[in-house]
Design a protein around this ligand. Structure first.
Ligand SMILES: [Zn+2]
Length: 118
């Protein structure tokens, strides 16, 4: 299961960060999924929740943002949604639409609360 290995990789990275920030509380994770990554966001959300709880981060919240892919015309720069792949450019009529987007799943940021602070 694709989403499971992604979630494990994210949580592993988080655990390393938390070793460096020992004594702090992990409040929030912000995850970004490229639309071309082939990730089922709802599945990822589910397994992230399970793994975070297993790893002792059950109070940590997280968000998953999808970075949408797009088609860009190489001739005139017109942009279309990625779902219209295979179409000619409606602007100039060239058959030159190139898919641009992200296949990566990244941990964009994490919020850590220092226990010494209120
Ligand atoms: Zn065009």
């Amino acid at each position: 299961m694709h989403e499971l290995s992604i979630a494990e990789a994210i949580v592993d990275a988080v655990k390393e960060q938390m070793i460096e920030n020992a004594g702090s509380t992990l409040k929030m994770l912000n995850i970004c999924v490229g639309e071309l990554a082939g990730v089922e966001v709802e599945s990822l959300r589910f397994v992230m929740g399970v793994i975070l709880e297993e790893e002792g981060f059950k109070d940590t919240e997280f968000t998953i943002r999808v970075k949408t892919a797009a088609l860009v015309c190489s001739a005139c720069g017109e942009k279309l949604p990625a779902s219209r792949i295979g179409e000619i450019c409606p602007e100039c009529g060239e058959w030159n639409m190139k898919l641009t987007g992200d296949r990566a799943v990244t941990l964009e940021s994490m919020e850590i609360e220092d226990e010494d602070q209120p």
